[in-house]
Design a protein. Structure first.
Length: 307
């Protein structure tokens, strides 16, 4: 029996104890070594939505248990021999850095496939403001970070701050545009395209994963399963709603869908799920400022041309 299989048979508490004794650097190396495909985005680009669609389609096609870890692609190991091991990350933790502190190269991903998910930076920065001002304390302190994802000022102050502000977001996008040829394969996915035709975009992602055999019916079902209304209901109730009596009602334990305040819509992970929502919160001068920065600095690769 391999060491990995022996480890997997140990009680969860024992596995946790073993991991706590291993250096964090080793754990990161091991996780990277066993990853086939990375799903990467700046925070608040619709990543939870995409991972739920992908996870549901895979679970349905291969008959996998509809657990939180499977559906949200929180995989510690390969879930099926035919399915690549996918790791979901906010590469480089950009929301906690100034533009100058961002890593400039993505050589780490040379032997990996990368799905890079983006969204209109104006919507991202406003959504990030609410994330940090209303949900940042949900997960407590991160011992590996000197800075925490919290903010207490105005949306205007957030946009213009050096750490995790609009300039950091644009620079992060540009760095990935410059490095997109480094991974073994690279797929750009835009939130706005997912909103327009989620089935088409999900199919693109599945083909990129080598899972083009997943049927149109299964894709349609996954899209319906991961609808905004269903995700909001799961977040509001704090439980996984799969439609299967055996697993319906399982509590969501990870916090991946958890509001800062159940009575405050702006504190939900599934906040509004719209495009061009930034116009609700920014005045004409602020919008003009962001448009100018996008026109002057943002790579045309992403297709975000301010009106």
């Amino acid at each position: 029996m391999s060491a990995r299989r022996l480890y997997d048979r140990l009680p969860a508490s024992t596995r946790t104890k073993i991991r706590s004794l291993l250096p964090d650097q080793f754990l990161r190396w091991y996780a990277h070594k066993n990853t086939d495909v990375y799903l990467i985005s700046y925070p608040k680009c619709g990543r939870t939505w995409l991972r739920l669609m992908v996870g549901r389609a895979i679970a349905q096609h291969y008959g996998l248990p509809e657990t939180e870890d499977v559906l949200f692609i929180r995989w510690k190991k390969r879930v099926h021999p035919a399915v690549p091991h996918i790791t979901v990350v906010h590469d480089d933790r950009p929301m906690l850095k100034t533009p100058e502190e961002l890593g400039r190269t993505k050589k780490k991903y040379q032997q990996k496939k990368v799905i890079f998910l983006v969204r209109d930076p104006r919507d991202v920065i406003v959504s990030s403001y609410f994330e940090m001002s209303k949900r940042g304390l949900i997960f407590g302190e991160n011992l590996y970070e000197a800075r925490q994802p919290v903010f207490s000022g105005s949306v205007s102050e957030f946009i213009n701050q050096r750490v995790g502000g609009f300039d950091t977001l644009l620079e992060y996008y540009n760095i990935w545009a410059e490095n997109r040829s480094l991974p073994r394969d690279f797929l750009l996915v835009r939130y706005e395209d997912m909103k327009t035709d989620p089935g088409k975009e999900l199919h693109r992602v599945l083909v990129f994963l080598g899972l083009g055999q997943i049927t149109p019916t299964e894709i349609d079902e996954a899209v319906a399963f991961a609808s905004f209304d269903r995700m909001r209901k799961m977040e509001a109730e704090g439980r996984l709603i799969t439609g299967q009596p055996s697993s319906d009602g399982g509590a969501l334990s990870s916090g991946i869908l958890k509001p800062g305040d159940r009575s405050d819509q702006e504190s939900y992970k599934t906040r509004r799920g719209e495009t061009h929502g930034y116009v609700r919160y920014l005045d004409a001068q602020e919008i003009d400022q962001l448009n100018q920065k996008m026109s002057q600095k943002l790579s045309p690769f992403f297709g975000y041309i301010p009106e």
